[in-house]
Design a protein around this ligand. Structure first.
Ligand code: BES
Ligand code: MN
Ligand code: ZN
Length: 503
């Protein structure tokens, strides 16, 4: 979406006028450019009792110039970036698309840059459809793409313009993550993900993508990834993302690891059929990593960052791994497989150990890991587990700031103990019962984060956080995240972008 910032001149095809509660009289600039009669109608509508300005309230007025939407924002002192983003997104999702696609948003009085930018961001994020597999009826008379002009007074314009430019660049990463998440599993399998990552890196000077294919994984001994993926005709791979790879190579930098199961059938421990189609989204951790790198690149981030995605398809077949198998992972630790459907942790075991080898400042993994986190938090929040309080607090804080809630969950030692109590291997991939399943999984992952000596010569684990996005990666039914209508959400691209760039 092309978005510009300007003075109150144009009227566009659809003019959105967001107004605060208790606006008794049309603010300055409200009707600039409208005909006398339209202007009188709009002004009297604003003054009337019919429009109160309650949060999300909409009054639509037809004029010769454009369709006008009076949009309630609630009390002006109660407005914050979250509300503003939400109201903008919801308003956009209800716009008719046959009136022309040029939107004008008039920010009259009572607006600050943050709230204006968030309003625009909501619209930009919501302007997304995954319709590449649908036949399109082209209407020659219609604009293809939406565009938006944000109008405000002179003193705000420069700042708003810069901020919208930044948010638009981040949104390209969110939309990329959604594209990858929505792509069906017959179109996007591990090697195809690797190919797209390589394609993306082409021609970009400060990014590097490396793909370790099946034979390389064997050479390296990455059997966590190999065992999960070997039952599929689409073989597994590991993808490395590097931003500014040659910069400050001595400095410790973040490493973000993503679970990339392009389809999770459960394998031999096969899932039931209901909702199994949603398991094409089981690679959203890897989609977020890819989208994050796009967002960092597009905003011109100057630091070095590493990403690793563990790509595999979990299928049942004569060549698939089985319950009872013992896997020797890249770390040297062995896993007793009790359930082939607990596959995400097996692939992440190799990803986390590899991440540790890069001597990172911290490791964050993203994974649609457990149904159990959905039971705990529904679709409202991502489960946040960490071995480091400072890292956990920082993630929670930036998540709140961009309204992607990360809710702290405990790494309870009792569950960790369950995972290390295999009778025949170092760890087992399933706990001793259903209870606390998300914590069990986190306790398993923790076994694959390396320790290192800190400045005092003490051995400590590398700071690490695990984000279980099983409930927040996709929207399928009635529930809604205002910035997404259906399917993959692109969750945590914005949070991690802020976390990394804020340092
Ligand atoms: N990919 C699933 C988790 C999932 C569930 C993601 C719902 C998105 C929505 C994961 O691989 C899985 O199957 N987990 C099992 C683990 C169990 C077998 C220990 C689960 O949560 O049931
Ligand atoms: Mn599974
Ligand atoms: Zn899975």
């Amino acid at each position: 979406m092309i978005t510009t910032v300007s003075d109150f001149i144009e009227t566009g095809n659809i003019m959105i006028i967001p107004l605060f509660q208790n606006t008794l009289k049309a603010p300055n600039n409200t009707t600039t450019g409208l005909s006398r009669s339209a202007s009188i109608t709009v002004k009297s509508a604003i003054s009337s009792d019919s429009f109160e300005g309650k949060e999300g309230e909409i009054m639509s007025i037809w004029t010769k110039e454009c369709q006008i939407i009076l949009l309630g924002m609630g009390g002006s002192h109660k407005l914050n970036t979250k509300k503003s983003r939400d109201i903008g997104a919801k308003c956009f999702s209800n716009l008719p698309d046959n009136l022309g696609k040029k939107i004008v948003v008039r920010f009259t009085t009572g607006w600050n840059t943050g709230n204006m930018a968030s309003f625009a961001e909501g619209i930009i994020l919501r302007n997304y459809k995954f319709d590449k597999y649908q036949e399109k009826i082209v209407d020659e008379k219609q604009d293809k793409e939406w565009s938006m002009v944000c109008q405000t007074t002179k003193r705000n314009r420069e700042n708003l313009d810069l901020e919208i430019e930044r948010l638009s660049a981040i949104a390209t990463g969110v939309h990329l993550a959604r594209d990858l998440g929505n792509e069906p599993a017959n179109r996007l399998y591990p090697e195809e993900f690797g190919r797209r990552a390589k394609d993306w890196a082409k021609g970009k000077k400060n990014v590097e993508v490396e793909v370790w294919d099946f034979s390389r994984l064997k050479e390296e001994g990455m059997h966590g990834l190999i065992e999960v993926g070997k039952g599929s005709i689409h073989k597994p791979c590991m993808v490395f993302f590097r931003l500014n790879p040659n910069l400050d190579t001595e400095k410790q930098v973040p490493c973000i690891v993503g679970k990339g199961i392009t389809f999770d059938s459960g394998g031999i421990s096969i899932k039931g059929s209901a909702g199994m189609d949603e398991m094409k989204l089981d690679m959203h951790g890897s989609a977020t990593v890819f989208g994050l790198f796009q967002a960092l690149y597009a905003t011109g981030y100057q630091g070095r960052v590493n990403g690793i995605t563990c790509m595999a398809e979990n299928m049942p077949s004569a060549e698939a791994y089985r319950p009872g198998d013992v896997i020797e992972t890249y770390s040297g630790k062995t896993i007793e497989v009790l359930n082939t459907d607990a596959e995400g942790r097996n692939v992440l075991a190799d990803g986390l150990w590899k991440a540790s080898e890069l001597n990172p400042s911290y490791i964050i993994d993203l994974a649609t890991l457990t149904g159990s986190i959905v039971v705990a938090l529904g679709h409202e929040a991502t489960g946040l587990f960490a071995n480091n309080d400072l890292l956990s607090e920082r993630i929670k804080m930036v998540g709140d700031e961009v309204d992607e809630i990360c809710w702290p969950m405990p790494l309870l030692p009792a569950f960790e103990k369950q995972m290390t109590s295999s009778k025949i291997a170092d760890v087992r991939n399933q706990g001793k019962g259903r209870w606390g399943g998300a914590i069990q999984a986190a306790g398993f992952l923790k076994q694959f984060v390396q320790e290192r000596k800190d400045n005092n010569g003490e051995k400590n684990q590398i700071p690490w956080a695990h984000l279980d996005i099983a409930g927040t990666a996709g929207i399928w039914g009635g529930e809604s995240n205002s910035t997404v209508g259906h399917g993959a959400t692109g969750i945590l691209v914005r949070t991690l972008h802020l976390l990394i760039t804020k340092e």
